[in-house]
Design a protein. Sequence first.
Length: 479
Amino acid sequence: MKFTKLISFCLLVFSLKIDAQETNKIEQVESGLIMPKTYPAGTTKPTDIQTQLENYKIAGASVAVIDNYQIDWSKGYGFRDKNSSESVTTQTLFQCASIGKVITTLAVLKMVEEGKVTFDSKVNDLLSEWKLDHGTFEETQVTLRHLLTHSAGLTDGYGFPGYGPQDQIPTLAMILSGEEPSNVKKQLEVRSVPGTREKYSGAGYVIIQMLIEEVTGQTFASYVSNTIFDLIGMNNTTYDNKPDQNLGKEIAVGYDGKGNALKNRKYNIYPEKAAAGPWTTAEDLARLVIEIQKSYNGDGLIDRGSLKELLTPQINNKGLGVNIKGLKPEAFWHAGNNLGYTGVLYGLITSGKGAIVLTNSDRGEKFVQEFITSVANAYDWPVMQSYEILDNPSLDAFTGKYENKDGQVLYIGTDKSGVFLRREKPKGKIRLQRIEENRYTVNDAQDYLAISFEENENGIMKLIFVQSPNVNLELEKVE
């Protein structure tokens, strides 16, 4: 009996320790909001969530933090509706805007898995109701890969203005053709060789929405629900235009950047579902991130080969439907902004960490960045951290000319302002900042550029220059 009591007591103490650690992490995140920058030593001034919600005039926010491939914690802050003083909860639905492009991409992955399409299927071969005008670039046909990576050469720009509750809603063909009652009048055509230039295109995802409906014979919402939401357990996610009225769901009311209610509406309607996203929660998007991470490691419900392609840079820092970040690369992310709503999704590719933050403000960009950085600092991510610049140690052994077998040359030097890098010509010094032991970067480029020094087996100094995801140079000191 005494032994049983002792075991019970030890388990209780262990449980309390875990709870205390988790609470400490939450408090650390809640009080650590700061931009992902490099700062002079002693100048970092983190702020807490409530203060920043007030400073940025944001009504409310919903967050979820992922650690070890599971939701570590989630929480709501502020108000979902300021008029009624109703608080945000973890069940409150927000519009996630362009974060929905990640969901759309996973739907395409399921179609690839089912053998209905390939990433390199020509779009016009799959469409019947509407065809994409290639203009003078007919020789290179636009593919699904081009649309997913914003490299189709389309000219429509970023997003969509949305429609009010009383507006007539256009069909997808009307939107793509710029016909009434569509409120998008830009001419949609290919203006550069597909696959050669990255230019963000919301219309590219509307084309994907139409393509999914024509290929599967289902509505876009039905197909995504059947193959993604139901599969992952995203039970609080819907493409219903009015989930508060039609489904009785608790929603966050949208507000403008000054904290004012939207004119004559609580939110806008977006028929461009594949591009402008569903209503969802931070917890549900966390489940999406976890499924991507597990599937990438071969433990999930989505084809591993397709996931690897999704998380591989295709053009610049674009994967399939996601942005890639980090020196290896190490993370995927996507932001979203609709009238009245701003959010961001982050996931680390191999370590099972991540975070989601959704706000009911259309000017929440700084807040969501600061929150993600606070999580990155607390959970030691390889990206999105803030750093204080360290004093330089003696650099006599590092300074000089470096060269590699391809004839590339870099110089490391010092002056009264510190250490710098330059190329062949004396002009154009690039000031380096030491942010960790033997790790240097350029101002606020810590996630994309790292320089370090090491000696090889012959005692020759080497300069390691990493610029994600395309440049990884090793140069030896020659003088």
